[in-house]
Each structure stands twice: as structure tokens, then as C-alpha cells.
Design a protein around this ligand. Structure first.
Ligand code: LUZ
Ligand code: MOS
Length: 752
């Protein structure tokens, strides 16, 4: 089935936040933010801004009726700065005016005096000073300390990774208007309507039922709107509540880039030990996570890093410790992979380091250590239906990897100007929110008298195709034409207490809830049909919109059945609730069964560098991926392709640059480069691994959103191999690998 949004998107008819028709006399808001990274506000002078013609009001924390607090997990993040500021871009005030131009003009007229404090932007420096967002966390199994002496080889190293800007095409924003009796309607570009609803209620000191949040779709999110869509919606609600008017806020790209958090940069130390036959015996890692100025989702992201510390490998002795460091940057946040890529990059770097020292291909070490079915992950979960070895073998045979490795050797021998590199990137990613209580969802299904359906779930459509999948679930369960199914907007009045659409679980959780609702309705309809045909319920089947008794057509069609059911006063509305079974996790012990299942696969990446200029291209990416039994191969393959390119961008050209004062220098699309059509892999092949699917995956179709991003990590090691084909001394684990770094690497000494 094609994505139900395709036509709307290409004809420009799809509705995003900015396309929602605006009510008369709507006001426009703009955010005034801190120009320093750390300091005390000595004086805030709003007089000139407030008296600017067309300005309605300038709001600060003093105007907040409830709590000045938007922290999602830990209450450590104010909506508007009070006495101190902790990052450049931190909101201080909100200018609300008759139009956007006036708001921007007035914003320039706000005067503020600061006393500047020292700004810390480096996580290791923050840790030295004891600036931590939370106490450090350790996950461990076995005992690495005892194992080192038994190891034949032990290597140590340091790994650095930059952050990543989400660059959703639709910037952050919200549009809010008052309804009767003090109630409010909020349109928000959020992955988490319930977080928006709950936080508005807290800040305005009202009940959640007074706030209705509605989301049609997002123009991209990638995690950037899991938690960080909330503040902007709260601001519009605050202004709307106090002024009694409609208020819209849509961040400009510059404001968005400056004010919002990104993927967490990490700096890490590792130690890895091997037996003579290259089995990894022990692995120890310390992560310094750059959390920014407030927790946001960092506690959960930290957990996911710890869970993915060993990627696709079995290691008997592991200790991983994570310091979530408080720095003077915008609070870093969820980003596709959610700490997983950071953990995986470090273990892959450790393996690459060992391969360099031993002068063998990293793939030899990787292959020897791949997880096997029934191995135990170091956090206690048994690997079930994780056959990474099969994916590895399948990649080698399907794509003739060994031959490619040989060809590259010959190419590099015969070419002075160009060098090629190949790397393999296996991944194994856990599916479920790491916080067990979040793994629940609800859905609401109406069958209208004419046989058409209106379906609401808690899932947010952000381009990933979840609405199409929901249509498929409903249509398949009833065995009706998908055209009969309409996906409604995601609305807190129809589906309450939603988890964010995140952690790759949107289709699974909401799909299961929807399927439960549909099955309940289906049983009711079969009972109706049994009555109509004088048959037993168990003999009734609905197939392709027709009622069968014992496989024989009855002449009763879907529409007739629904009409009869309605006239017989059968309830044609149902809701469904789903909570993932089996999962549990003891956070204190760091042990349990946190994931419903794992998604895994293997990528082989080939790059070619230009030795004179340092520029490069990704020639080919070949992937064997575990989709389970994909319910929608077009959508799922698209997810893999997009994720790989996003992962390659993260590892190559996407470089966040800050100056010493914590100011973001790469603050526009001319200075922050994301992959374009010229920089995507010239060849990108995605083949499904033959797999049975998993019973906890919706229709056995596994989650697909995040995992394939991590295939992109392999491009770093492919580039490293290409550079080393020219300069054997090159060694660096410092992503992203920009062309500048390649050039320096080609002609420099060991960079570390
Ligand atoms: N969000 C979250 C996530 O709250 N918990 C998670 O485990 C998660 N994982 C991936 C992406 N978002
Ligand atoms: Mo996400 S990183 O699944 O919001």
C-alpha cells in the first residue's frame, strides 16, 4: 500500500501547523533569548518593547500563574529564565504583537544587562568541576578488573563524537486559541501531545481536561519534538490564556537552531581486552555525555547508551559508566537512536583500534564476536530471534563482500590519487521505551452507519508513514478496503495519556491498541452476522467485505452488515488499550528484560577519497536488514534509506561549531551542512533478511524508525580505512569526519 499522504504531499495539500487556517485577530509571538551562555540577569528593561506600536504584551516568568517549570523527567528546566541564564538561546521573554514583523521589531528593543559567569561547554571539563545533571550510572556484568590479566591483547583509547542538528523541515511552533469556559485548543508540532497538555496545565495552573491538543502531522521531528516541542506550545497557551486571544508562534530557522538542543555529543574512554583467538573478553567504557544546561531526556538517553554499549557483540565482562554532564549549551535531547549510536560508535572504535594495532581487518574481529541466539545481553535479557550471524553471512554472500575487499586492495595499490575504504557495520537495537510504564497505547474506532471508519490513535504522523500503517491494521483486521478507513488527527480528547511517538514504537504500540479495538468490534459484527444467517458465530468470517458462513458466501456485504448492526443497536464504537507484555527492568540493578524484541542487520559501506583534496563520496552501501515480515516494504525501505543517509551525515559533514563563549556558529543552513542529493550513496541497496517476524511486532512487522540510522556509523570506519591506505599512521576516533579532517589525516601524524 502506498503512503496515504503521498498525493497530499506532492500536491502541497497536506496540512502542517503553518497551513492551519488562522482565526481573525490572531496574535503572533516571538521569543527573546539569552545572548550569553551563563550569567546573572542584572536588569531586564521591557519598556521600549512594550510601548512599540502593535505590541500587546511582553511576558516573562512573572506572568506565569502556575509553575515556571517544563522539565519532562526532572523538574530542572524553567520556561523563562528568572535570575540566571544557563545557555545562549535560553528563553527570557515572549513578545506578543499584532503581527510577526512587529513582534520581531519589538524584540530588538528589549534591553538586558548581565553579569557573566564562566561558561563550560566541554563535558569532561564539566565532570572535573562536578557539574553533573544526575549521579553517574553504571551497568555491568562479569568482572573486567579480574579479566585483564587473562587477556592476550589489551587496548585503550579515547573517542569523541559531535552532536547533530535535527533539521526537521518544519521548525518548532504552536498555535493556540481560547474556547468557552476557559478551555483551550492547542495545535502543536509535537511528538508528545500529552506532554504538551500536561505541561500547559502545570504552568497555567489548570486541569489537563481544559487543554485540548491536536496534531495533524509534523514536517519531520527525528526526536527533536519528543520533549522540546513543549516549551513553545506552553508559551502560546500562556499568552492566549492571559490575553484571551489566539496566539501563534513559529520559530524562524535561526531561532530554532540557536534555541533548541541537539543530539548529545559524547567523549569516551575505552579499554578492550582479547583472548589469543580474538574473542573480546573484557570491555570497560566511560562515557562523558554533554547534556547541556538541563536534563530534558538525558536520563533516558543515558540508559539507552548503556543498553547499546556492546552493540551486536557478546562480551562476558563489561562495565560501562556514564556521566551526564551539565554544560552551558541548550539542553541536548532525543535524536533518532537516542544514545544508541553514541554507545555503538565507541565499541566499533575500540574494535577498529584493535584491528589497527593487530594489523588485521576489523571485520575479522567483528565476525568472531557476533552475538548468538540465546546469548545474554550484559543487561540480562536473553537474545531471542537475534540472528546477527545470519545477517552477516547473508551480507557477505548477497553482496560479495570478500570480493569487494580484494578489489579495494587492488584499487588502492594501483591508484595514487584516489583511495577506497570498506567497513562493515552490524547493529542490534532494542525496541521498547526503556521506561517500562511508557510502553502502552490506546486507540478509538468508530464505524459509521455507512460502513466507513474513523480511527484515532496516539501515534503522531511525522513523515514516517505511521498513519498508513494504522489504516492497514484496521483494514486488515476487518478485511475491508483501506479506502473505508480514515485516520483522524491525534487529539488528546479522543485518545488520552499518550506516550510520545518515539523509540520506534509508534506503529507497534498504537497498532496493537488499534487491533485490539478492531477485534472487539469484529466479534460483535460476527455475532450480528450469525444472527442474520442463523449460523454459529465461530463459523462466520468476513473476507473482502463479504460475510461467509463455513466458507460459503451469504450475499451479505460489509455495508449491509453495518446497517443491520446499527438498527439492532449494536455498539459500533470501541477503544483499545495495549501494554507491552513481558518487559521489565530493575534500574538499580541494571538488569531485566527491557525490550519487546531487537531489530538487527548488517551494512557494508564503501567510500572513495580524493587524496589531493580530502573530499570523498560514499560509493555504495549494501544492507541486510531484519524487517520481520514488513507490512509495508515501500515505507519501511524508505525509512532505512533515510536513516542511513542521516547517519552518514552525522558521521561526515554535519558539524556543530561553537565559539568559546558557547555561541553556535553553525547557525544556518549555509554553515551546517546536511546530506543532499549529491552526497547520498551512489548505490544504496536494502535487502530484507529472511526472518519469521516477532509476535510482539504489529502484524509481525518490526519497528523500523531508528535502528538503520546506525548503519551510517560505518562510514566513519570506511573513511578511516581509506585514509590509512594512504597514510598508515592515521588514527583518530573523532566524528564527524569532515573533508578538512580527512585532508589533515592524510598528511598528518597520528592525531592522538
Ligand atoms: N524516548 C524515550 C525514546 O522516552 N525513551 C526511549 O527509550 C526512547 N528510545 C528511543 C527514542 N526515544
Ligand atoms: Mo525519538 S529519538 O524516537 O523521539
Amino acid at each position: 500500500m502506498k503512503n496515504i499522504d503521498s498525493r497530499g504531499h506532492v500536491t502541497g495539500q497536506s496540512i502542517y501547523l503553518d497551513d492551519i487556517p488562522i482565526r481573525e485577530n490572531t496574535l503572533y509571538a516571538t521569543v527573546f533569548d539569552s545572548s550569553i551562555a551563563h550569567g546573572k540577569i542584572l536588569e531586564l528593561d521591557l519598556t521600549e518593547a512594550e510601548s512599540y506600536p502593535g505590541v500587546q504584551q511582553v511576558f516573562t516568568y512573572l506572568d506565569i500563574p502556575g509553575e515556571n517549570q517544563i522539565g519532562g523527567i526532572i523538574p530542572d528546566e524553567v520556561l523563562f529564565a528568572e535570575e540566571e541564564v544557563h545557555f545562549q538561546g535560553q528563553p527570557i521573554a515572549l513578545v506578543v504583537a499584532d503581527n510577526e514583523r512587529i513582534a520581531l521589531e519589538a524584540r530588538k528593543r528589549i534591553r538586558v544587562k548581565y553579569e557573566e559567569y564562566e561558561a563550560v561547554t566541554d563535558p569532561r571539563k564539566a565532570a572535573e568541576k562536578g557539574l553533573l545533571l544526575l549521579p553517574p550510572r553504571t551497568f555491568a556484568s562479569g568482572n573486567p578488573d579480574k579479566e585483564w590479566e587473562n587477556c592476550k591483547y589489551v587496548f585503550k583509547g579515547r573517542v569523541d563524537q559531535g552532536g547533530q542538528e535535527h533539521l526537521y523541515i518544519e521548525t518548532q511552533g504552536a498555535y493556540c486559541y481560547p474556547m468557552e469556559n476557559g478551555n483551550m485548543m492547542v495545535h502543536s508540532s509535537t511528538q508528545s501531545p500529552t506532554a504538551v497538555q500536561r505541561t500547559i496545565a502545570k504552568v497555567l495552573d489548570v486541569s489537563m481536561h481544559e487543554i485540548q491538543v491536536d496534531v495533524v502531522r509534523l514536517g519531520g521531528a527525528f526526536g527533536g519534538k519528543e520533549d522540546q516541542a513543549t516549551g513553545w506550545a506552553v508559551m502560546t497557551a500562556l499568552a492566549s490564556k492571559i490575553l484571551g486571544k489566539s496566539v501563534k508562534l513559529s520559530l524562524s530557522r535561526h531561532d530554532d537552531l540557536r534555541m533548541t538542543g541537539k543530539r548529545h555529543p559524547y567523549s569516551s574512554d575505552f579499554k578492550i581486552g582479547f583472548s589469543e583467538d580474538l574473542k573480546i573478553q573484557a570491555y570497560e567504557v566511560t562515557y562523558y555525555q554533554n547534556g547541556g544546561a538541563a536534563n530534558d531526556l538525558s536520563p533516558a538517553i543515558s540508559e539507552r547508551t548503556l543498553f547499546h554499549t556492546t552493540n551486536s557483540y557478546f562480551i562476558p565482562n563489561v562495565r560501562a559508566t556514564l556521566y551526564s554532564c551539565k554544560t552551558n549549551l541548550p539542553p541536548n535531547t532525543a535524536f533518532r537512536g537516542f544514545g544508541g549510536p553514541q554507545g555503538m560508535f565507541v565499541i566499533e572504535s575500540a574494535i577498529a583500534k584493535a584491528a589497527m594495532e593487530l594489523n588485521i581487518p576489523a571485520s575479522v574481529i567483528q565476525e568472531k564476536n557476533l552475538l548468538k541466539e540465546k546469548d545474554v545481553f550484559y543487561y540480562g535479557q536473553v537474545a531471542e530471534q537475534v540472528n546477527i550471524g545470519k545477517a552477516w553471512k547473508s551480507a557477505f554472500s548477497e553482496y560479495k563482500i570478500a570480493k569487494k575487499q580484494e578489489e579495494i586492495k587492488i584499487f588502492n595499490k594501483n591508484n595514487q590519487i584516489f583511495k577506497k575504504g570498506l567497513a562493515l557495520m552490524p547493529l542490534t537495537f532494542g525496541i521498547s521505551f526503556t521506561k517500562t510504564p511508557m510502553n502502552q497505547a490506546r486507540a478509538l474506532v468508530h464505524i459509521y452507519q455507512d460502513g466507513s471508519l474513523g480511527v484515532s490513535t496516539g501515534a503522531i504522523e511525522m513523515g514516517q508513514g505511521v498513519n498508513t500503517k494504522m489504516v492497514q491494521v484496521a483494514a486488515q483486521t476487518f478485511s475491508i478496503d483501506p479506502l473505508r478507513v480514515k485516520l483522524e488527527s491525534t487529539n488528546t480528547t479522543r485518545v488520552a495519556n499518550t506516550s510520545p511517538t518515539a523509540a520506534s514504537t509508534g506503529a507497534d504500540l498504537n497498532g496493537q491498541a488499534l487491533q485490539i479495538a478492531c477485534k472487539t468490534l469484529l466479534l460483535r459484527l460476527r455475532k450480528m452476522a450469525a444472527k442474520m444467517t442463523d449460523a454459529k458465530v465461530r463459523d462466520i468470517e468476513i473476507r473482502n467485505e463479504k460475510v461467509y458462513v463455513n466458507d460459503e458466501e451469504t450475499g451479505i456485504g460489509w455495508e449491509k452488515l453495518i446497517e443491520t448492526a446499527f438498527l439492532n443497536r449494536v455498539n459500533l464504537t470501541e477503544s483499545g488499550h495495549y501494554a507491552t507484555p513481558i518487559i521489565h527492568f530493575d534500574a538499580d540493578k541494571g538488569k531485566g528484560h527491557p525490550f519487546a524484541y531487537h531489530v538487527y542487520g548488517v551494512a557494508a559501506l564503501v567510500v572513495k577519497i580524493d587524496v589531493l583534496r580530502g573530499i570523498y563520496e560514499t560509493e555504495e552501501v549494501d544492507i541486510i536488514h531484519d524487517f520481520g515480515k514488513s507490512m509495508n516494504p515501500i515505507i519501511d525501505t524508505g525509512q532505512v534509506e533515510g536513516a542511513v543517509v542521516q547517519g552518514i551525515g552525522y558521521m561526515t559533514m554535519e558539524e556543530l561549531a561553537y565559539d568559546k563563549t558557547g555561541r553556535l556558529l553553525s547557525n544556518s543552513l549555509s554553515t551546517y551542512k546536511v546530506p543532499d542529493i549529491y552526497s547520498v550513496p551512489k548505490v544504496l541497496k536494502v535487502k530484507p533478511l529472511k526472518a519469521a517476524g516477532h509476535k510482539l511486532a504489529i502484524l509481525k512487522s518490526k519497528a523500523v524508525g531508528e535502528p538503520p540510522l546506525m548503519y551510517g556509523l560505518g562510514v566513519y570506519f570506511a573513511l578511516q580505512n581509506a585514509i590509512r591506505a594512504f597514510n598508515q599512521n592515521f588514527e583518530a576516533f573523532d566524528a564527524p569526519m569532515t573533508p578538512e579532517k580527512v585532508l589533515m589525516g592524510l598528511y598528518g601524524k597520528r592525531s592522538k
